[in-house]
Design a binder for this molecule. Structure first.
Ligand SMILES: [Ca+2]
Ligand SMILES: [Ca+2]
Ligand SMILES: [Ca+2]
Ligand SMILES: [Ca+2]
Length: 493
């Protein structure tokens, strides 16, 4: 039973120090990953110049990695003598000033909001599949009524997190088998620990379960959406910015419609900004957690990125959760708080989600408000398989989804006078959001005529084979149209 629920200050990475480096991103609270710098170099020549410039002053300079298909590189460096990462930042700044590269930055750490405050899930108090299905957010958001118009069929949601325990019975086969892991040295997309205190804060594997919990809430809202596990946060809930950006880029390339990013960093990374901007342009809606620091300064990214949708957390009375960050860059609000009595969650006022191993637990945080919002966006997205279209081109899909959720939700300024305008346009309503759109086509309805017939079957057979960039007939988002998709279609017949 895990009952640690304190908010002690986040322990810094054991192997690094906070440096007051002021590149593009201001004065972030997060540590950096030592020995790593991210640069965008648009040609082989400028990349070579960058490497040569760094190699003149530092040791072990070389390209470690690249975000596939983008001129964004992870470069290693080693320090000697009295050198500090600030010296590297100074060289990078000079390269930017000389217009050799458009930007470059140290590799800051992003993490779950919950990990930042050492908030852990609570189990052992009798939560079950029933308390999960009947939690307060379900009637509050009108989820059951919403399902009469949309269940999220045909929508792929990338969950960029700690991985997902796809074997948890709650998922009922809706987790894609084609998940990926960007956690160095750990290829599984499962939500697993390594028995190591990776961030040196005295807690071991403290964020295992985060991705499973988040994915479970998304599935609760959008049970026919396909969830694509993109594991990037380690078992203690942390990842370098480079890995976070490449995880999102991967999800975009794989044809995800929505990316749930229940994570953040106060460093305003150009790498992340580039990829979030690309996601929006290509029609992928990114949802980010406002953060659990009860502040509007510093802002958390990607939540506060203009190309992503930021989500704050409220309680069962639509009152701001005490921990929730806020600000005029936050777009929407959703339930994310759990009431504790003497440290024990009150089931009727709890956010309940699945945890690895088959059980359920309670938790609270803006991560979970974000999950409810991504799920609701998936319901709306499923109502519009024609997007991108003339009226809603790819670059307007995220905006349109967010505007729909904002306009159809419940106003919260009256219940939060101190935070008027700082928690988002409204607290979302799943029923309200789908009520303004047409009924969504059912799972397997590939020609979008409202039924599953031989026409849909022939579309599926015609698409048979690899579909690495996504295809509507790839019902399980596995990267190809095959037997698994056929059986899903026949099951829905
Ligand atoms: Ca730890
Ligand atoms: Ca660990
Ligand atoms: Ca059909
Ligand atoms: Ca497939």
């Amino acid at each position: 039973m895990r009952t640690k629920f304190t908010s002690i200050f986040f322990g810094l990475l054991a192997s690094s120090t906070v440096h007051s480096i002021t590149l593009a991103g201001g004065n972030p609270a997060e540590p950096i990953i030592p020995g790593e710098v991210i640069v965008r170099a648009d040609s082989a020549e400028t990349l070579a110049t960058t490497l040569a410039t760094l190699a003149a002053d530092f040791v072990n300079v070389g390209v470690v990695d690249q975000i596939t298909g983008r001129p964004i590189y992870l470069i290693s460096y080693g320090l000697t003598g009295a050198q500090t990462p600030q010296d590297v930042a100074t060289r990078i700044d000079a390269l930017i000033a000389a217009r050799t590269i458009p930007w470059g930055e140290l590799n800051y750490v992003g993490q779950t909001g919950e990990g930042k405050t050492d908030s852990l899930w609570l189990s052992g108090v009798g939560f079950s599949a029933e308390t999960f299905a009947n939690q307060y957010a379900v009637p509050m958001l009108g989820i059951e009524l919403a399902h009469e118009r949309s269940r999220g069929a045909g929508v792929v949601i990338a969950v960029i997190d700690t991985g997902i325990d796809a074997s948890h019975p709650v998922f009922n086969g809706r987790v894609s088998p084609a998940g990926v892991s960007f956690v160095p040295g750990s290829p599984s997309s499962g939500d697993v620990g390594d028995s190591i205190d990776n961030d040196g804060d005295g807690l071991v594997d403290e964020q295992v379960g985060h991705g499973t919990f988040v994915a479970g809430l998304i599935h609760l809202v959008a049970p026919e959406a396909t969830i694509l596990p993109v594991r990037v946060l380690d078992s203690d809930g942390n990842a370098g910015t480079f890995q976070i950006a490449r995880a999102l880029a991967w999800a975009v390339d794989r044809g995800a419609h929505i990316a749930n990013m229940s994570l953040g960093e106060t460093y305003r990374s150009q790498a992340l900004e580039d990829v979030v901007g690309e996601a929006q342009t290509r029609g992928v809606a990114v949802f980010g957690a406002a953060g659990n620091s009860n502040t509007d300064d510093p802002r958390e990214f990607p939540a506060c990125d203009g190309s992503a949708t930021g989500v704050s957390a409220l309680d069962w009375n639509d009152v701001k959760a005490p921990f929730s960050s806020f600000g005029d860059r936050i777009d929407l609000a959703a339930p994310g708080h759990t009431r504790l009595k003497k440290g024990v969650p009150v089931p009727s006022q709890s956010i309940v989600g699945p945890v690895p191993g088959g059980g359920y637990a309670a938790w609270f945080g803006t991560s979970f408000a974000t999950a409810f919002t991504s799920g609701t966006a998936a319901l709306v997205r499923a109502q519009h398989p024609e997007w991108p279209s003339k009226s809603v081109p790819a670059g307007l899909i995220r905006y349109t989804l967010t505007a729909t959720l904002g306009a159809t939700g419940v106003a919260v300024d009256a219940t939060n006078p101190v935070y008027a305008g700082l928690l988002g346009q409204s607290r979302i309503s799943a029923f309200g959001a789908v009520d303004v759109g047409p009924p969504a086509p059912p799972l397997g309805d590939l020609d979008l005529d409202g039924g599953i017939t031989a026409v849909d079957l022939s579309i599926l057979l015609e698409a048979w084979g690899p579909t690495p960039n996504g295809h509507r007939a790839d019902l399980d988002a596995s990267g190809d149209v095959g037997a698994a998709d056929l059986s899903l279609l026949l099951y829905a017949w």
